[in-house]
Structures are given as C-alpha cells and as structure tokens.
Write a protein that binds this ligand. Structure first.
Ligand code: FES
Length: 354
C-alpha cells in the first residue's frame, strides 16, 4: 500500500480519490451497505472474481509471474499503475500483489511473486499454482497512484519493481521525464530486466549489490530533479531510510512508498476489546492494532489493506467509544462500525460483534 508524504493534500486527495472512487462506489453500494444488516462481517470486499491462471512464467530463480484471465474470455475491470490484486489462496490466506502488466490490455492481469522460503507460506502456496487453475481475487484496488509531477524518480528494490513497471511504461508513453534506479542482490535475482532493456539506458540504472555494493539511498534520492515525485517500492528498511532522509534533505519533496503491511501505530494507548459473539476478551497493546490483537485469538478474521481504506476488517461495534482513524467510513457508518486495522478505543473497553 502507499504512503504519500509531503505531497500537496489537495493533489493527494484527488489522486487517491481517482484511484479508489470507482471501487468505493461499487463497494459501498453492493458490499458495505448489506453488511449493516448482517450479524457478522463478510470475509472480503471489492470486486471479487474467479480468474483462470493462463500462464506461469519464471522470472528468475525464485520469482514467477502469473497471467490471469476471465474464464469466459471477457474483459477485466480497468486499472491504473500502482493498483494491486488481493489473491484469496486455497488455504484461506490472502495476499496482495501489484499489477505489473499493461493497463491497456483488458484481457489479462499480470502479477509476480517472489518465493519467501521462511515466510508465512503465502508465497510458497502461490508458487505451487499452475496454469489452468482458477483462483479468487479481489480488486483491482489502487492506493499507490501516480500524482501529477514534472518528472519522476523511481526506486525499486527486487520484487518491488512490480508496481513501478506500469508507472515507467505510462511515463514513457506520455513523454514525461523519468528515471529508474533498480536495486537487487544480483542481476540473476532481479526480475524483468529484459523488459526494462527496451528503455533508453540513461533512464534505467541497474545497481545489483554484487557489482555496486549495498544500496545507499543517501546518494540516490538527491539525484531527483527539482519538482520530481519520488516513488519507491522495496525492502522496508530501505524505504524507512528514504523517509527519514527526505525529512532531512528535502522536507517539501514528494516521496511515495508502497507497503503491504500495517502502518505503525501513532499515539496509541492500550485497551481491551471484548468479542461479543465468541465471549473472548483481547488485550490490545499501545503499539499494536486491534486487528493484530484480535488475530491472535481469531486467526481467520478477515483483513486486507491494514491501512483503513478497503473495509475488509470492518466490524459492528456493540459497546464503547471508538477513536476512528480510517479513510473510508461515513459518519453514519462510524456510529455503528469500526475498522479494526487502524481505529482504536477512545477510552475504555470496546465490544465488537465477532
Ligand atoms: S484491512 Fe483494510 S480497512 Fe482494515
């Protein structure tokens, strides 16, 4: 998902709105509203589809790309660079993957997955999928849209190249100045180098660690031209360094990073959540989300973005006062429900319908 830092609030709002308005309007009408009359939250939200895996292609030693098509050959919902799909795996796990194909091709989606041998199993399961199989997906959603800028500096680390590929394509097709710095352990481990070879060499800088040493964003970020927007997707420590650096060297600059994990809790206080349906009481620590605490007791509880914009973790509130920190719910919805991935207690215990 994306964090938009130091961009003009108006520009950011417009773009986020452009990226997710269509999703929200359908979501609110077709998914969210009926939820209010249900005793339990639905498992997922958004455009849920069953798609067929048309092909699986190796993109390096531990990366595959998958092309997904409509089983009946129909057109797929449109998307813009930065969008991702939620994949609902047969095991029940849910994972997000950036769309990395051509947005103009409405016949297929392409995603890419790096296999994490010691991860939680989602990527390993993805690597076991084969062509011809049908999987459920939700999306596309976009929380990482390109804001309007005079030029762009893209910084990608490893599999973080996936959301950047369509952005580069769009800038190139529209004649907007851009530069990409692509980082990775070695050329063999960096997917899609062949596709990037189509662009002028001066615009794409390939920097594998085994040739250039470990990446140093303190040298990369200052190369952004005045007025550039910087888009970054890669390892979390690298993005954290970049955010800190921007505050120091270019506080008014525009840095956008994508993350598929929870935002850090800011100004949190510990509180208690009682799960009315199951009779369980959960202690939420000051530095964790209610969702994370609930998942310790109810591992199968539904969630997706973990950043308060998709609505998947929405629950009905039966008691207590909520400190709403989401970007989705209307005042009326907030009177009855909350998003556990970001919202907290405003004081005292909460009771939710789980
Ligand atoms: S998981 Fe998306 S709003 Fe909570």
């Amino acid at each position: 998902m994306m964090t938009t830092e130091n961009a003009s609030p108006t520009a950011t709002l417009k773009l986020i709105s452009a990226g997710i308005t269509a999703y929200q309007s359908v979501f609110v009408k077709s998914r969210l509203a009926p939820l209010l009359s249900r005793p339990k939250p639905v498992r997922n939200s958004g455009f849920e589809m069953a798609l067929t895996i048309e092909s699986v292609t190796a993109q390096g030693p531990d990366v595959i790309s998958l092309e997904l098509v409509d089983p009946d050959g129909g057109q797929l919902p449109s998307w813009i660079p930065g969008a991702h799909l939620d994949i609902l795996l047969p095991s029940g796990k849910q994972r997000q993957y950036s769309l990395c194909g051509d947005p103009a091709d409405r016949t297929r989606y392409r995603i890419a997955v790096r296999r994490i041998a010691d991860g939680l199993g989602g990527s390993r399961e993805m690597h076991e999928l084969t062509a011809g199989r049908t999987i459920d997906v939700v999306g596309p959603r976009n929380a990482f849209p390109l804001i309007a800028a005079e030029s762009y500096l893209f910084i990608a680390g490893g599999i973080g190249i996936t959301p950047i590929l369509p952005m580069v394509r769009q800038c190139h097709e529209r004649g907007i100045p851009w530069k990409l710095v692509y980082l990775g352990r070695s050329r063999e481990t960096m997917p899609f180098l062949d596709e990037l070879a189509q662009y002028p060499s001066g615009q794409v800088e390939i920097r594998p660690d085994d040739e250039f040493g470990l990446p140093d964003v303190t040298h990369i970020i200052p190369t952004a031209a005045q007025g550039s927007a910087i888009y970054m997707c890669g390892p979390t420590p690298l993005m954290a360094t970049a955010r800190g650096l921007m505050r120091e060297i270019n506080p008014s600059g525009s840095l956008h990073t994508e993350r598929f994990s929870a935002l850090p809790v800011v100004g949190g206080k510990a509180f208690e959540v009682r799960l009315a349906a199951s009779g369980i009481t959960v202690q939420v620590a000051a530095d964790e989300t209610a969702l994370a605490a609930i998942r310790r007791e109810v591992p199968g509880v539904a969630y997706s973005c973990q950043q308060g914009f998709c609505g998947t973790c929405r629950v009905r509130v039966c008691g207590g006062k909520v400190d709403h920190r989401d970007r989705l719910l209307t005042p009326g919805e907030r009177a009855e429900t909350m998003l556990t991935c970001v919202s907290r207690s405003a004081g005292g215990p909460l009771v939710v319908d789980l």
